[in-house]
Write a protein that binds this ligand. Structure first.
Ligand code: MN3
Length: 203
C-alpha cells in the first residue's frame, strides 16, 4: 500500500489571515505530495519496506538500505512532519494551552508566554530550512530544532508540536520576516490535538 497525503482536515482558506490560502494549497497539494511521491519511489526499489509505517522507518533509519536511506530520511520525514503539521492547526485555533500540556508548560517554562518566546527565538535562529519542535526528554519539555525534514523520531523523541520554517511555509505572505510568521502561527494551533500528542509522548 503506497503512502498517501491525508486530506487537509479544514478548508485551504481556513487559517486566514495567519496562513494564506495560496500557501496552504501549494504546501499541502504540491510540497507534501512531492515528499510522498519520492518516498513511494524509494520503497518501490525495496518492496520489503512497503509494510512498514513511515514513522517506523524514521525511528530505525539504520535498517533502511543505504541506497535509499537519505531519500527516506528526507521524504519520509517530509511526509510525517507535514501530516502532524496539518493536524496541530485548526480554524479559530490559538489561545492558551489546555489539558495536561498546560500544566507541564507552566512547570517547565514558567508560563505559556515564556514558552512561546523561547520557542520563537530558538526556531527563528534555525539556519536555513528546518523545523522547531517541542519534545519530552527525560520527563521534561524541551525545545529543539532540526534541519531540513529531519524528524525527532530519528533521535528517539516523539514530536508534541512542530512548526515548519522552510520558506515555502511562509514566504508568500511574510517574505523574509520569519519572526512575524512564528508569532502569527500560534493563532492557528490546535491545543486539543497537541495535548493528545503530549499524552502519546509520555508513553
Ligand atoms: Mn513544509
Amino acid at each position: 500500500m503506497a503512502h498517501e497525503v491525508p486530506p487537509l482536515p479544514y478548508d485551504y482558506a481556513a487559517l486566514e489571515p495567519h496562513i494564506d490560502e495560496t500557501t496552504m494549497r501549494l504546501h499541502h497539494d504540491k510540497h507534501h505530495q512531492a515528499y510522498v511521491n519520492n518516498l513511494n519511489a524509494a520503497i518501490e526499489k525495496h518492496p520489503e519496506l512497503g509494510n512498514r509505517s513511515a514513522e517506523d522507518l524514521l525511528r530505525h533509519l539504520d535498517s533502511v538500505p543505504e541506497d535509499v536511506r537519505a531519500t527516506v530520511r528526507n521524504n519520509g520525514g517530509g511526509h510525517v512532519n507535514h501530516t502532524m503539521f496539518w493536524q496541530i492547526m485548526k480554524p479559530k485555533g490559538g489561545g492558551g494551552p489546555t489539558g495536561k500540556i498546560a500544566d507541564q508548560i507552566k512547570k517547565d517554562f514558567g508560563s505559556f508566554e515564556d514558552f512561546k518566546k523561547q520557542f520563537n527565538e530558538t526556531t527563528a535562529k534555525q539556519f536555513g530550512s528546518g523545523w522547531g519542535w517541542l519534545i519530552l526528554d527525560g520527563g521534561k519539555l524541551k525545545i529543539i530544532t532540526t534541519a531540513n525534514q529531519d524528524s525527532p523520531l530519528s533521535q528517539g523523541h516523539f514530536p508534541i508540536l512542530g512548526n515548519d520554517v522552510w520558506e515555502h511555509a511562509y514566504y508568500l505572505k511574510y517574505q523574509n520576516r520569519r519572526p512575524d510568521y512564528l508569532a502569527a502561527w500560534w493563532n492557528t494551533v490546535n491545543w486539543d490535538e497537541i495535548d493528545k500528542r503530549f499524552e502519546l509522548a509520555g508513553k
